[in-house]
Ligand binder design. Structure first.
Ligand SMILES: C[S@@+](CC[C@H](N)C(=O)[O-])C[C@H]1O[C@@H](n2cnc3c(N)ncnc32)[C@H](O)[C@@H]1O
Length: 221
């Protein structure tokens, strides 16, 4: 089942008892990437929801001896669709989902740097001055102008030849048509504008997620 199919129905399965929106291939890849942490930078996720993808990455990071804070960003606010569809843990529109996120990831990390609010604005309130990012999971920014604004705010913290970008909605556009498809092409258009700056490390037919290594400074943001 693709992440698209999962989003069209109620949550179909769980990951470590956490409701999830991503496939086995995506979560297993996050764990494998975490296992390869080199110690040069932090791990960060934009769009953590209830923590299934954070936990997948943290499981790998822990094996690699990760000792830095895990940077987590989300508005952690339940929306009308989640309430309507009866998503687990979600009881009312606007419900604060941060306590459930913290509870779900607690067994896997003790240093959590969480920032609750709207992207990209919330990136400005996080003190990232000395931070180098080794692993960046994007599961909230997927359309413009938010996608490019997040890249603009974060790319100066990336390490050439090291930083891994995990774009969990990279191929999501393939399931859509018309204007919606165009909007969801933001991450693909970004890669086209910056051809040669990334190498592909994992993509699988039918999967929404795609994983890239940042190799050299961006040409066109
Ligand atoms: C696809 S879900 C994330 C799923 C999660 N990574 C997982 O594995 O379960 C997207 C998340 O991004 C958050 N989000 C979307 N747009 C946002 C924005 N502009 N600012 C802050 N959070 C946002 C939503 O609140 C939601 O929790």
């Amino acid at each position: 089942m693709t992440s698209y199919d999962m989003r069209q129905t109620k949550i179909a399965s769980k990951y470590e008892s956490i409701p999830r929106m991503n496939t086995d291939d995506c979560l297993n890849t996050l764990t494998r990437i975490g296992e390869k942490w080199t110690g040069q930078g932090v791990a960060m996720e934009l769009g953590c929801w209830l923590g299934a993808s954070s936990v997948a990455l943290l499981k790998g990071l822990n094996k690699a001896g990760y000792d830095k804070p895990f940077y987590a960003f989300d508005r952690w606010k339940a929306n009308a669709q989640q309430v309507r569809e009866g998503w687990e843990f979600v009881t009312s529109i606007g419900q604060n989902l941060l306590p459930q996120y913290r509870k779900n990831i607690h067994p896997y990390i003790n240093k959590l740097a969480h920032h609750k609010g709207k992207l990209p604005e919330i990136l400005e309130t996080a003190d990232l001055s000395d931070v180098r990012i080794e692993m960046l999971v994007l599961d909230a920014p997927k359309t413009e102008p938010v996608y490019t604004a997040c890249i603009r705010a974060l790319h100066k913290h990336w390490i050439p030849g090291v930083t891994i970008l995990c774009l969990l909605d990279y191929n999501f556009y393939q399931r859509k048509e018309g204007v919606e498809r165009e909007r969801l092409l933001a991450p693909v258009n970004f890669m086209i504008r910056n051809e040669g700056c990334f190498s592909s490390i994992h993509q699988k037919e039918g999967e929404s997620a795609a994983f890239f290594r940042y190799e050299k400074p961006l040409k066109n943001i």
